[in-house]
Design a protein around this ligand. Structure first.
Ligand code: CP
Ligand code: NVA
Length: 305
């Protein structure tokens, strides 16, 4: 493993599969009531500049289950909210803690934190990527489909942090990836450049959800207005009309097609209530796997084998 988990674009297939194998092992150990072989007393600082339910609870529970402690720092009530530079925060937390998880806006802030921190840094979501989420998604898909290589995944909606991470994680693991989004809401150029360089998996970018869903084994979607884009919500509602995961789209995909949604979901917008509830088991397995995938990331970054 590298020192940090900043984005899936940085990881090789071997590294991703090592995380997923570790996540499966920790999951079965925990479910069997066995203790993990990991040094106790590690501390994880968790910096949040955006809201969270899953990320906060799964990281805090995860470090506790590994025998350590999670320390929640919101940007509003820590000194970060009063302008203390991230490079100073990095050096201070490195003197107290064993790992830092950060959820913020700009990817550059996370990269700078990692540059100045002597301890591992984990990206808990930026505007650019949501790597922990897509690791959990890959774990879930592999549990249900027994493989990753050769499957086709598609993503319908905004070319956001989820789309970028699905492109990076899916293609790296040898999956065919198709993204359907309006022209004005394409994934980040870095993700598209990465996709253009792939030779062992196919990539497609289209404005047609139906085209993307053809032959899909997994359909992903996400909200039309991510955190920090609330003021664009009305414009986005119009732009994304037609980018809904519904029965018509599911009928085009392969039989047994899974649905994945990172949550929170906006029923009636990016996904219908019916499709959501029909695939609720897969979606909540996905939410559960945040815990196991992140425990694996923490385990490996803090020295577990
Ligand atoms: N999927 C996800 O990251 O959820 P939270 O925003 O609740 O952490
Ligand atoms: N794209 C969403 C994901 C939330 C987990 C956001 O950034 O708000």
């Amino acid at each position: 493993m590298k020192k940090d988990l900043l984005k899936l674009l940085d990881l090789t297939e071997e590294e991703i599969l090592h995380i997923l194998d570790t996540a499966d092992r920790l999951k079965s150990e925990w479910k069997a009531g066995r203790k993990h072989n990991f040094p106790s007393g590690k501390t994880l600082a968790m910096i949040f500049s955006k809201n969270s339910t899953r990320t906060r609870v799964s990281f805090e529970t995860g470090i506790y289950q590994l025998g350590g402690l999670g320390i929640f720092l919101s940007s509003s009530d820590s000194q970060l909210g009063r302008g203390e530079p991230i490079q100073d925060t990095a050096r201070v937390l490195s003197r107290y803690c064993d790992c830092i998880m950060i959820r913020t806006f700009e990817q550059e802030e996370v990269e700078k934190l990692a540059q100045y921190a002597s301890i591992p840094v984990i990206n808990g979501l930026t505007d650019f990527e949501h790597p922990c989420q897509v690791l959990a998604d890959l774990q879930t898909i592999r549990e249900h489909k027994k493989r990753l290589r050769g499957l086709k995944i598609c993503y319908i909606g905004d070319g956001n942090n989820m789309a970028n991470s699905i492109i990076a994680g899916g293609l790296t693991c040898g999956m065919d990836v198709s993204i359907a989004c309006p022209d004005a809401y394409r994934p980040h150029p870095m993700a598209l450049d990465f996709a253009a360089k792939q030779t062992h998996a196919r990539f497609e970018l289209t404005t047609s959800p139906k085209q993307a869903a053809q032959g899909a084994d997994v359909i992903f979607t996400d909200v039309w207005a991510s955190m920090g884009m609330e003021q664009e919500a009305a414009v986005r509602m119009k732009a994304f009309r037609g980018y809904q995961v519904n029965d018509e789209l599911m009928a085009i995909a392969n039989s047994g097609c899974m649905v994945q949604h990172c949550l929170p979901a906006h029923r009636g917008e990016e996904i219908t209530e019916k499709v959501f509830e029909e695939h609720a088991d897969e979606i909540f397995d996905e939410a559960e796997n945040r815990l196991h995938a992140q425990k694996a990331v923490m385990y490996l970054l803090m020295g577990g084998k």
